[in-house]
Design a protein around this ligand. Structure first.
Ligand SMILES: Cc1ncc(COP(=O)(O)O)c(C=O)c1O
Length: 352
């Protein structure tokens, strides 16, 4: 069987573990601990099965209108994907030529590097400062290839830190390629770059969102982005005809229509986040100020890798990223108050 050379050597992205047992405390994939909007139950209960017989709306008109209404923009500036991961894959297809490169900060969402490998172009990391604050993005690869697409997670993952939108804007204005601001966690943050995606003078900025985190819908697979019309049109050109199924479109519409529900859940997560961060700091952990639904915390006593395994043995799942920049920390998603109490109780014993 002939497999492309770039795929033979490809190191696939490793998603966080999805343990089978239901009784685990799952703080490893930044899911929301609270249920999605009850409006979705109604949609599912009354969903006309005939809509499954037919193909879905290939250009998700209703959904785009709702997104445009929420973000005060026009539907022609909105694109929807089967999860924001799909939007990223399509962006790598639409905005990067074979002799160009894809860049992002380091550390950041590790899928970006895999996307470059799948697209068979170099990945150019831009090392962040020691405290994970902003560093000037690298815009050329070692071989001189230009970075055509810069994937800028804000707030960043796994660091949890938010960059001011002025820095993002100044960079985007100096950068000839496309900047995708991946705002998967922005509903947990104090500010957003959406206004840049709506500003005609920022013609290279796309802001991307997902329903997986703040809307509690990781299982639905729905992401979207807002940006200049020519870039959005390019994404439409390269997508599969029916990339978002009819059920996902209907459920996403219901979820987006229930902003108060999302806001209530988000506020609960923020309160729990701050309480957990304070308690860990009190115990001597280093916890950068989080603007997301997770903490990127360096333990006070034991190595992070050991703690990760010890927690796992107690059915408490957090995320550990080996490596020079990330290997001394744990990424801990914010769960319910009860989840965090169990975590803190376990750490009391394990990190003594
Ligand atoms: C920074 C970032 N972007 C995108 C995603 C993917 O989101 P989705 O579930 O919409 O594909 C994640 C998921 O963890 C993420 O952390």
């Amino acid at each position: 069987m002939r497999i492309a050379k770039s795929v033979q050597s490809l190191v696939p992205y490793t998603p966080g573990e999805q343990p089978k047992a239901r009784s685990v405390i799952k703080l490893n994939t930044n899911e929301n601990p609270y249920p999605p909007s009850p409006l979705i139950e109604k949609v599912l209960a009354s969903f006309d099965l005939d809509r499954l017989r037919r193909y879905p709306d290939p250009v998700f008109r209703e959904l785009r209108e709702k997104i445009a209404e929420i973000y005060h923009t026009s539907p022609s500036r909105v694109f929807v994907g089967n999860g924001s991961d799909e939007v990223l894959t399509l962006a790598a297809r639409a905005f990067v030529d074979d002799d160009e490169a894809i860049g992002s900060f380091d550390p950041s969402y590790s899928l970006y590097k895999t996307l470059a490998a799948i697209r068979d172009v170099p990945f150019v990391p831009s090392p962040l400062a020691d405290d994970f604050s902003w560093a000037e993005p690298v815009t050329r690869g070692p071989d001189g290839r230009p970075v055509a697409l810069f994937l800028l997670t804000n707030p960043n993952a796994p660091t949890s830190i938010l960059y001011p939108s002025e820095l993002v804007q100044a960079f985007a204005r100096s950068f000839p390629g496309v900047v995708i601001v991946d705002e998967a966690y922005a509903d947990f943050a104090d500010s957003s770059c959406v206004p840049l995606a709506a500003d005609p003078s920022d013609a290279n900025v796309i802001v991307m969102r997902t329903l997986s985190k703040s809307y509690s819908l990781a299982g639905l697979r729905l992401g979207f982005c807002i940006g200049p019309e020519d870039l959005v049109e390019a994404l439409y050109k390269v997508k599969d005809s029916y990339n978002v199924d009819a059920l996902a479109q209907a459920c996403a519409l219901a979820a987006l229509s229930d902003q108060p529900w999302m806001r209530r859940n988000t506020s609960k997560v923020l309160k729990t986040r701050e309480e957990t961060a304070s308690e860990l700091r009190r115990r001597g952990w280093d916890v950068p100020p989080s603007q997301s639904n997770f903490l990127f915390a360096r333990p006070a006593h034991r190595p992070a890798a050991e703690l990760f395994e010890a927690l796992r043995a107690r059915n408490i799942f957090v995320r550990y990223f080996p490596g020079p920049r990330t290997g001394d920390r744990l990424r801990i998603s914010v769960g319910t108050d009860a989840d965090m109490a169990s975590l803190l109780a376990a750490l009391q014993e394990l990190d003594a």
